[in-house]
Design a protein around this ligand. Structure first.
Ligand SMILES: Nc1nc2c(ncn2[C@@H]2O[C@H](COP(=O)(O)OP(=O)(O)OP(=O)(O)O)[C@@H](O)[C@H]2O)c(=O)[nH]1
Ligand SMILES: [Mg+2]
Length: 458
């Protein structure tokens, strides 16, 4: 994977506190690509601009500059920073394309240290910063490591209620046609797997976030591979598995998925992260309604399990976890007026609260913030019946200028009745045009940076 020299270098950097791996995740469309693009862009401008006052090293003028470096892990695709910038800074600014896999980018930050030990070595120091993008859906697979095929299948059937049950119909109908004990039919397994995958994708499209197995909706490089061709079926624990049967194959593939996909992700990627930022788009479920909201909350709770390293923990058996800080960030804050930003944070806190409280997050610091990676609107005030009301102004995706007061963000988890009384309508805006020499406009990306790497730049 990595060359020996690179491994040694990484080890040395790390032991001198000069290497940190920041993982960025979130459910799809949460804003990961926009965030990483902005973060890289902001840091690359530190030598010429003062747009990061909340990052203490920048405010104190100790951050000398940043440059890109070849990434350390050569087996992972490069984060497509240049492509994203090209989209954002085109004649008609556009958002970067959706991404489907893990990717990585590395920066070297040169700064003047304040710590005595570092100052003794040299008047300037370098922090090597790896930033890793991966789909949050992959973390939803953690429970699979502890579940036999039968138990997993049961959990999937237990979730089939309401909208899910409706969406699952074609797959459930096809399930009736398979003889589990008959000799394996690759063709039939493939067809039913496809219907199961379609069902999971349909859940996603309807704004439901808890989907398992996560790779079925975000396969990355595994697209079309047999390891993604299985599905739950109704069997009892006593059901004898006939050798060479359909059921035997389903179980074999499930097992392969557990070890070669889920376990491999935790061992090869997750175990190398030092810090984690989890991006959450709270506005999307507010738009979509109560079910979507509760579903996102359940998905976030599931996702948090990956950071619970209790004593008898599954992850601890696999590797020695070292994440010491987690940040939950409510993204796209520029969709609402600044007076609503505090509500956005308390809403996010409420969403992650149950998991946060009950979990044994040994030695992990957790915080919640709101931000906009790339500002698409400007805030101001409009006159309304002789009163001045806060408003935001931007260009819609269709290209029309628009000034709106998008409404209030509830500061607590809303009840179902909330959506009957008043809907939410958060419009999507185009990114604002920005000049090539200027950093991308942002809200509080510097605060996020201070939390994630501020101490590493001391
Ligand atoms: N207004 C505003 N919109 C944003 C911001 N960040 C992201 N968005 C919107 O959210 C969409 C998704 O952002 P991405 O950064 O592509 O999200 P992602 O998590 O990488 O999505 P996937 O790659 O599909 O998982 C963008 O196309 C924008 O419409 C932001 O800071 N402000
Ligand atoms: Mg992306």
């Amino acid at each position: 994977m990595k060359s020996i020299k690179q491994e040694v270098n990484d080890f040395l950097y790390r032991s001198m506190d000069s290497h940190v791996r920041i993982a960025v995740t979130g459910l799809s469309r949460a804003g990961k690509t926009a965030f990483i693009t902005s973060l890289v862009n902001q840091l690359l401008h530190t030598s010429t601009h003062q747009q990061l006052p909340l990052l203490s090293a920048a405010r104190d003028k100790r951050l000398i500059g940043a440059k890109r470096e070849p990434q350390s892990n050569m087996m992972v695709p490069r984060f497509a920073y240049d492509d994203a910038m090209m989209q954002l800074q085109g004649a008609e600014p556009n958002w970067p394309e959706p991404t489907r896999d893990v990717s990585e980018i590395r920066l070297a930050l040169k700064y003047k240290p304040t710590k005595r030990t570092k100052k003794l070595i040299s008047s300037t120091a370098t922090l090597h910063l790896d930033i890793i993008d991966y789909p949050g859906e992959w973390l939803l697979d953690l429970p699979l490591l502890d579940m036999e095929f039968e138990a997993w299948a049961e959990s999937q059937f237990a979730a089939l209620k309401g909208l899910r049950l409706e969406l699952a119909k074609p797959w459930l109908d096809a399930l009736q046609t398979i003889d589990l004990d008959a000799e394996v039919s690759e063709q039939q397994l493939q067809e039913i797997s496809q219907l199961y995958t379609d069902y999971l994708k349909a859940c996603k499209d309807q704004g439901l976030h808890w989907v398992q197995p996560g790779r079925f909706v975000l396969p990355g490089e595994l697209e079309g591979a047999p390891v993604l061709q299985f599905f739950p079926c109704r069997i009892t624990d006593e059901h004898k598995v006939v050798r060479g049967s359909n059921l035997a194959m389903l179980k074999a593939r499930y097992h392969e998925y557990q070890t070669k996909v889920v376990k491999a992700f935790y061992k090869q990627h997750f175990s190398t992260f030092d810090r984690q930022i989890i991006l959450v788009d709270c506005l999307q479920p507010l738009n979509a309604g109560y079910d979507s909201f509760m579903d996102m909350r359940a998905a976030l709770e599931q996702l948090m399990h990956s950071f619970k390293y209790g004593r008898s923990n599954l992850l601890k058996r696999l590797f020695a976890p070292r994440i010491d800080k987690i940040l939950f960030a409510a993204t796209k804050a520029d969709h609402v007026t600044p007076d609503q930003h505090a509500n956005l944070v308390s809403l996010l806190q409420q969403m992650v609260h149950p998991a946060w409280q009950t979990a044994s997050f040994e030695n992990i610091e957790i915080s919640c913030m709101s931000m906009a990676s790339i500002q698409a609107t400007q805030s101001g005030f409009i006159a309304n019946n002789g009163k001045s009301t806060p408003a935001i102004q931007g260009t819609t995706l269709a290209g029309d200028a628009m000034t709106v007061y998008p409404g209030e963000v509830p500061n607590k988890l809303p009840s179902a009745a909330y959506w009957q009384k008043q809907g939410f309508e958060f419009t999507a805006f185009r990114p604002m045009s920005s000049h090539h020499d200027e950093p991308l406009p942002h809200i509080r990306v510097d605060k996020v940076l201070e939390y994630l790497i501020g101490d590493k730049l001391k």
